[in-house]
Design a protein around this ligand. Structure first.
Ligand code: CAA
Length: 262
């Protein structure tokens, strides 16, 4: 398969390989548009169906895992656009259906949809330059890919509210302290560490890996679907507000937004 916005490769012994998927829109800090998410979904599904692949590592560039959903692409969307086209849901949710382990190897910015994408993976290994955040509030919207549901489950209400309401970033040390990431390593060791974990995982039996993943997710996701759907509808509804138009237009034109609170 050929891709334009991601790069894929496999590593490891022939019988049990690690698939590495690299988000590849470096100039846009890996902003997640529909094409990239379609390609990511296709690649993940293909690796999930490939018996020689035991584990998947998802990564970005040194500067950005992903700086969020593509703001320019969605700036002019209407409520009808996002609701009718099942925006975010159609392609983004595919990662949740992958039964093999998926590790996020995060360096640089993991913001908005980028943080949410990392949290959709089974666990996160971070480089010491990683920065996590849910800055959607600055754009007149809220997280729309599960952030208001997965972040509180991962780090508790206080930190999640702080992140969602102030839009501030959390560095790698804080992210490890509060349990958002499982390990922090120096930037130049990130892929070694992720590959080491992935190869270890590959050394175990597939059914037990899938069962372990399913079981941990059952603990993690109780009641999650309703929460995500509730969030999604609010996310869609905010595209009917003036503040969404103002917030995104201001970002695109590199000026400060003047919110009307309407
Ligand atoms: N969408 C589209 N383009 C983006 C982007 C995004 N989310 N983030 C960065 N870019 C683009 C910038 O527009 C810029 O493009 P140009 O060179 O053409 O001007 C390029 O990437 C480099 O970015 P900066 O010049 O801004 O780099 P910086 O180092 O000064 O700042 C940053 C980095 C703090 C991450 C800043 O780019 C930023 O704040 N980005 C937006 C983060 C954000 O708001 N994310 C949430 C998006 S909404 C969302 O994700 C909804 C959801 O829940 C699904």
């Amino acid at each position: 398969m050929t891709y334009e916005m991601i790069v894929t490769r496999t590593e490891g012994p022939d019988s049990r390989q690690v698939a590495i998927v690299t988000l590849n829109r470096p100039k846009q800090l890996n902003a997640l548009n529909d094409q990239l998410m379609d390609e990511l979904g296709r690649a993940l599904k293909a690796f999930a169906a490939d018996d020689s692949v035991g584990c998947i590592v998802l990564t970005g560039s040194e500067k950005a895992f992903a700086a969020g959903a593509d703001i320019g692409a969605m700036a002019n969307y209407s409520f009808a656009d996002v609701y009718n086209n099942d925006f975010i849901t159609r392609n983004w949710e595919q990662i949740r259906s992958i039964r093999k382990p998926v590790i996020a190897a995060v360096s640089g910015f993991a913001l908005g949809g980028g943080c949410e994408l990392a949290m959709m993976c089974d666990f996160i290994i971070a480089a010491d330059n990683a920065k996590f955040g849910q800055p959607e509030i600055k754009l007149g919207i809220i997280p729309g890919a599960g952030g208001t549901q997965r972040l509180p489950r991962a780090v508790g209400k206080a930190k999640a509210m702080d992140m969602a309401l102030t839009g501030r970033m959390m560095d790698a040390a804080e992210a490890e302290r509060v349990g958002l990431v499982s390990r922090v390593v120096p930037l130049d060791k990130l892929m070694d560490e992720a590959m080491g974990a992935a190869l270890t995982i590959c050394s175990y039996g597939q059914p037990s890996l899938m069962a372990a993943k399913e079981a941990v997710n059952r603990a993690f996701e109780g009641g999650l679907s309703d929460g995500v759907m509730f969030e999604r509808r609010l996310f869609h509804a905010l595209f009917a507000t003036q503040d969404q138009k103002e917030g995104m237009e201001a970002f695109v034109n590199k000026r400060k937004p003047a919110f009307k609170h309407r």
